[in-house]
Design a protein around this ligand. Structure first.
Ligand SMILES: Nc1ncnc2c1ncn2[C@@H]1O[C@H](COP(=O)(O)OP(=O)(O)O)[C@@H](O)[C@H]1O
Ligand SMILES: [Mg+2]
Length: 221
């Protein structure tokens, strides 16, 4: 059991708190925010509630995201290293005083501190280096055919450990069932990723432009 009772999260999202592992500072522990499952469950339409609470568990969804063929099929294979160019390794679940945690690599900067998100950098404007990092990440998605949900700048962490900025997808892997089935077809798989990338660019422009309109009205344009 890992004791997080005295620990401060270094970051959090809508659903999870992220901690540095107290004994292995290169690793990240993500636990669900207290009460989040019940809270989300209460907001579900009645019919969806029949599907249960577990499917709302982001840690579980993340693990399933890593089980997709494009990832699981490469592990221990000749191009495994390609995976970890833009994705932290996930080691599984460990028990903590705040409940089960997903244990993964912590994405750090050259100073050893956790990297900041793409959202953070976009607030300072788009540089050529940042544009290149975004392009490289999108090319990697097309090459690996890894399925993700909508790509959101706050779910990408930037690291400059290698001397230039590189983006890592720390949240939002996987796809709903229908998309997973469609992805068995190679052409549909590529098209789905291209759509995700187009929407990602739209999102970046929306954030750069000061989020003037509601995202819901922009995302499908
Ligand atoms: N592996 C990681 N390395 C560095 N920072 C991370 C990592 N995972 C998450 N983070 C930070 O924690 C924040 C919240 O994590 P995230 O997994 O997106 O939680 P949520 O499921 O609540 O959205 C991210 O926006 C990012 O700043
Ligand atoms: Mg997130």
């Amino acid at each position: 059991m890992i004791d997080l009772s005295q620990a401060e999260p270094f970051a959090s999202g809508a659903n999870r708190l992220c901690f540095r592992h107290p004994e292995q500072p290169g690793q990240c522990l993500k636990v669900l925010k207290p009460g989040i499952l019940n809270q989300r469950y209460q907001h579900q339409p009645r019919l969806k509630r029949l599907l249960g609470r577990q499917r709302l568990d982001d840690n579980r969804q993340e693990q399933q995201g890593y089980e997709q063929p494009a990832i699981a099929g490469r592990i221990a294979g000749p191009d495994e290293a390609l995976l970890w160019r833009h994705l932290p390794r996930l080691y599984g679940t460990v028990q903590t005083t705040l409940g089960p945690a997903n244990l993964s690599d912590l994405i750090t900067d050259s100073n050893g501190e956790p990297g900041r998100t793409l959202e953070f950098y976009l607030r300072q404007g788009l540089t050529d280096e940042l544009s290149q990092a975004i392009e490289q990440f999108c090319q990697w998605l097309l090459d690996t055919e890894i399925q993700s949900r909508n790509l959101l700048p706050h779910n990408l962490v930037l690291s400059n450990r290698s001397g230039r900025p590189e983006l890592f997808l720390v949240d939002g892997l996987g796809a709903p069932m229908v998309q997973r089935l469609l992805a068995r077809h190679p052409t549909l798989r590529q098209r789905a990723i291209q759509r995700k990338i187009r929407r990602f660019h739209r999102r970046i422009q929306w954030e750069l432009g000061g989020r003037r309109e509601p995202w819901e009205s922009v995302q499908n344009r």
